[in-house]
Design a protein around this ligand. Structure first.
Ligand code: ADP
Ligand code: ASP
Ligand code: MG
Length: 454
């Protein structure tokens, strides 16, 4: 049996957190592979430094070193500290060298390299801590472990086939001798041997990909809340944790804004039917959430509500749309060619509306305007909208359910701008103005997330 345990930033972000994580790892009975995020705040710090033209290199290095050495000094003494410092210095020198070249860089993957540096150091601290506690453990970068990635800068995907070979060569022999490998999350190595990140929050996905590549039995995501909850607890403080979900429910919620899981996490796990658990490293005894293909019914009408902000609805008007079917295909193809993710789409006789991220709007409007051969009569943009995603048991089979939901939205004084119902059998999605989104979440949670007789 192999279990992959992933620890997020807050779960390795302090001396106490690291000790808790180490105890959780050592309590496991299976062969264990660990995937770690950077210590909390480190990735933001690196991204901020890169974007700040006034940032002084030596100050960046001092701060980076101080944060890691502070925890190391509290954890390690004597020989252990010497060994740690030696390993730390090798990685730190490599980091300083690459960071110092930031002003004369034309490498499109440079930001991936810098933003993923934190993982190289958190993994080192955790591996040394486990060794200090008597375990056999080794820190592996994604390069050393053989985690491979493909795709564009800052939005890579894992090459599962090559990663499986990497695991066979570099990780399985360690497991066979009882060693606990601690692998850097967040990135893999691309075809040119350069770090390529999986998007912010990508260590969850890295863990699921490693789980897939190892044919693991379980992937545990250790974070700072009691599992997947009925809403973001920062918006709804009395949100409840969900004991079981299926892969589709978790994937929809993650894609539509539940930050607790990176949107791509579920696919590598679902592909091999690997159970995913979301657990609280601050309360390891809490059962958290189990995600697998089969689950028992929750007994609650709505299981969870999420919102995704920073979106726009683009509406294309043309009297030809209904009579010229290939026109829709050409427009959608244009979005695909420019790597624009579409979060929802809807058509009528003479309009085609789709939801995209605010940041993609200028680029895509430019491209649509270049489609001069198409009989487009006008393009409307509604910016700053939010997509609400409601997930529940057999939602769409419940007669009148959408009416109840939209009735509640009206109570929040919000206008529904666009609806996507029926495309997925587990969720109902609709768009509201961004400023109403949290009120809508609160009211939906209050009215529909409750225990009912199953
Ligand atoms: P980590 O550093 O462990 O990866 P993240 O900050 O990425 O942790 O994700 C955990 C956070 O996700 C929680 O602290 C919580 O604020 C937020 N969150 C948003 N939606 C949900 C949800 N539906 N259930 C649980 N947590 C959620
Ligand atoms: N450290 C990375 C980030 O902050 C990856 C992760 O935490 O999952 O985005
Ligand atoms: Mg995360």
């Amino acid at each position: 049996m192999i279990t992959v345990k992933k620890f997020g930033g807050t779960s390795v972000g302090s001396v106490e957190a690291l000790k808790r994580a180490a105890n959780i790892i050592l309590a496991g009975k299976d062969s264990t592979v660990v995937v770690v995020s950077a210590m909390s705040g480190i990735t933001n710090f690196l991204v901020g430094a890169m974007d700040d033209s006034t940032a002084v290199d030596s100050e960046v290095f001092d701060k980076f070193e101080a944060r890691h050495m502070e925890v190391a000094k509290a954890l390690f003494k004597g020989e252990r500290m010497e060994k740690f410092r030696k390993d730390f210095d090798v990685r730190f020198e490599a980091f300083k060298k690459v960071y110092s070249s930031r002003n004369n860089q034309d490498d499109p993957y440079f930001k991936d390299n810098i933003s993923s540096q934190g993982e190289r150091f958190s993994s080192l601290v955790l591996a040394h801590l486990l060794c200090d506690m008597g375990a056999d453990s080794v820190a592996l970068t994604s390069e050393e472990a053989g985690v491979y990635a493909v795709g564009k800068p800052l939005s890579g995907s894992c090459d599962l086939y090559k990663t499986a070979m990497g695991m066979d060569i570099n990780v399985k022999p360690l497991l066979a001798r009882g060693c606990i490998p601690i692998i850097t999350g967040f990135y893999g190595v691309n075809e040119s041997g350069k770090p390529l990140t999986f998007g912010r929050g990508g260590s969850d996905y890295a863990a699921a990909a490693v789980g897939n590549a190892l044919d693991a039995d379980c992937v545990e995501i250790w974070t700072d809340v009691n599992g997947f909850m009925s809403a973001d607890p920062r918006i709804v403080p009395d949100a409840i944790s969900i004991d079981e979900m299926n892969f589709s429910e978790a994937a929809e919620l993650a894609y539509f804004g539940a930050k607790v899981l990176h949107p791509k996490t579920i696919e590598p796990a679902r592909a091999k039917q690997i159970t995913v658990k979301i657990l609280n490293s601050f309360h390891p005894d809490h059962p958290g959430t189990t995600i697998r293909s089969l689950r028992k019914r929750s007994g609650s009408l709505v299981k969870s509500v999420t919102m995704k902000n920073d979106l726009s609805v683009i509406t294309i008007r043309s009297g030809e749309l209904a009579y010229n079917p290939s026109m829709v295909a050409r427009i959608v193809d244009n979005l695909g060619r420019h790597d624009v993710s579409v979060y929802g789409i809807s058509t009528s006789l003479s309009t085609l509306a789709f939801i995209i991220q605010n940041g993609d709007v200028p680029r895509i409007i430019g491209e649509l305007k270049l489609m001069r051969d198409e009989p487009i009569e006008g393009i409307d943009i509604k910016s700053n909208v939010a997509l609400i995603c409601v997930v529940g048991d057999d939602l769409l089979d419940k007669c009148g359910f959408s009416g109840d939901i939209f009735g509640a939205v009206k109570e929040a004084n919000a206008n529904v701008e666009m609806i996507s119902e029926g495309a997925s059998d587990v969720s109902l999605n609709f768009v509201v103005p961004a400023e109403s989104a949290t009120d809508v979440i609160k009211i939906l949670h209050k009215k529909f997330v409750k225990k009912v007789d199953a």
